[in-house]
Design a protein around this ligand. Structure first.
Ligand code: GTQ
Length: 356
């Protein structure tokens, strides 16, 4: 018919009408779901974080250099944050929704007292004789100690050592930020008063005896310092066990009042890879920060080979296949992950993967 539009113009006009419609709804802060399907309909998570390793031989001189340039007092916390290459630094994302940083205190320094809703945990990389005070209890931190700081606990760090003391900080800051639940307060003075005897919580919570008159906080561990010598000793005692095919002798730091994770949003682990051990490949939806406490070896993460040695920190993102191997003897890995969050909401998935 003479007045009918050719097919191409018909479809053009529909395209034009659709485009106009999309612009119109955009002006109302509305988007069409069918145009965003790829972001929603996923057969598997499209994980942003990438596997990465921060070598201690690169990090150590840089944190020492930071010590020449900035005092702990000026910085409040002298920390070099480990940022996943997939993210901007201000996201504070090391892997998934968790954060890691390398902190140093120099002899005589104090990192002032504050508190915040993100929870923290620390693993001492080098040195001894630094201390942290958490809600009135002071503990001396030595290499390999695992030290916890629950959310909203006042904490300050200092050092009576004659050498730098460095540790890995593990916090849930990105997760708390995504939930818009980050609160922070300054104590107002450099150091909070020490109101408890040294290592008070060791006596209350690490002897398999519970003070019956105390209310139990099932959420945060009441134990401040999980000492390296004791943790390492437990791993070594169990070395003849079969362990996990994927992780070797992997033990979880627990909250002695609940048996659960030390921090509600994060679990921490210590893991022995025996001489010649090469674990089976698997993957899971928890994201993990690993730190090499002792020995050397390598991990294959998403098909990439990452050799590691003492002091290195590396990450395994969600759903990325990984396997670990010791080399030249035994190795001990410290790690922490967001596993409790995934578990709490039924989102934890684990799968074995045929060896690559
Ligand atoms: O030691 O209080 O790495 O508040 C980041 C934020 C450490 C700390 C970090 C913190 C701390």
């Amino acid at each position: 018919m003479a007045n009918a539009l050719p097919a191409s113009e018909l479809s053009n006009s529909l395209t034009d009408q659709r485009d106009e419609f999309y612009r119109d709804i955009q002006s109302q802060n509305v988007e069409a779901l069918w145009n965003a399907r790829s972001a929603i309909v996923q057969t598997e998570p499209s994980v942003q974080s990438v596997p990465f390793i921060w070598k201690w031989r690169e990090m150590r001189p840089r944190i020492l250099r930071a010590g020449d340039l900035v005092t702990a007092q000026e910085a409040e916390r002298r920390v070099l944050m480990l940022i996943n290459p997939a993210f901007e630094s201000r996201t504070l994302r090391t892997v998934g929704c968790i954060y890691a940083g390398i902190q140093m205190v120099l002899p005589g320094e104090v990192a002032g007292s504050h508190r915040h809703t993100p929870s923290a945990q620390r693993f001492v990389i080098e040195g001894e004789g630094a201390y942290t005070t958490v809600n009135g209890e002071r503990t001396i931190m030595s290499k390999g100690d695992y030290v916890t700081t629950p959310k909203m606990a006042w904490h300050d760090h200092g050092s009576a050592s004659d050498k730098p003391v460095m540790w890995l900080d593990g916090l849930d800051i990105p997760f708390v930020n995504i939930l818009d639940a980050n609160f922070f307060e300054d104590f107002g003075e450099e150091s909070q008063p020490v109101t408890k005897r040294a290592d008070d919580s060791q006596y209350r919570w690490s002897r398999n005896l519970r003070p019956t008159w105390e209310a139990v906080d099932g959420e945060n561990t009441p134990l401040l310092n999980y000492r390296w010598t004791k943790s390492r000793d437990a791993l070594h005692h169990l070395r003849e066990d079969v362990g996990s095919p994927y992780d070797g002798i992997l033990m979880e730091y627990t909250n002695p009042s609940s048996g659960g994770s030390t921090i509600p949003t994060m679990s921490a682990f210590l893991q022995l890879l025996r001489k010649g051990e090469h674990t089976k490949a698997h993957r899971h939806t928890s994201s993990t920060v690993y730190h090499v406490a002792e020995g050397a070896g390598y991990s294959i993460i998403g098909g990439q080979h990452f050799p590691w040695e003492e002091g290195d920190t590396f990450v395994v993102p969600s759903w990325v296949t990984h396997e670990h191997a010791s080399e030249g003897g035994e190795a001990v890995l410290f790690s922490y992950s967001d596993r409790p969050v995934l578990q709490a909401f039924g989102l934890l998935r684990e799968a074995a993967v045929a060896q690559q």
